[in-house]
Design a protein around this ligand. Sequence first.
Ligand code: PCA
Length: 212
Amino acid sequence: MKILVTGFDPFEGNEMNPSWEAVKQLSSQIGEHDITKIEIPTVFHKAIEVIEQKLNSEHYDAVVAIGQAGGRAEITPERIGINIDDARIADNDGNQPIDIPIRKNGAAAYFSNLPVKRMTESIKNNGIPAKLSNTAGTFVCNHILYQLGYLNATQYPNLLFGFIHVPYLPEQVTDKPGTPSMSLNTIVQGLTAAIKTIDHLPDLKAALGETH
Ligand code: PCA
């Protein structure tokens, strides 16, 4: 498969974004997949335009977007993107939409069509903490996952799409006592394990749900 993998630029005063740092280090061939990597801006709407340009200019079988989830301890494949922008902080262009639907004519939500449970288990089988997440938040990461679902529903019916959040890097939490982090090398290994397992087969029926 030809897979486009994206990482975000730094936001909220961070000097780096682990998502792009890790994506940069991915190998250009993961299992049977050819990997193309691009950095996208942490900006509502602009981020998806960059991805759309790539999809319009070349054929890709899948898009996997990666983002930072500061405070999470695990690598977290995301199950769903919801139709709302509700920003706690401004994006990198100063936009702070509050309770604005992303697409007026879109569904309430789109489920990732990647095998998110198999990806989660595969990361864990490599000795790396992972957890299936049921919310990508309401900032630019959720926005991108939702927009990818919208593109899949409206223009690219065969496109596989999904999102994976990654923790802070250790150097980002030196002044945030008690905040979890993960080394760059471990994040790269975890993403590699997840991407390797992408295919069109039905997902695992594993009990990875949550009670709350
Ligand atoms: N994380 C943010 C946006 C960019 C990023 O890396 C988020 O989780 O929405």
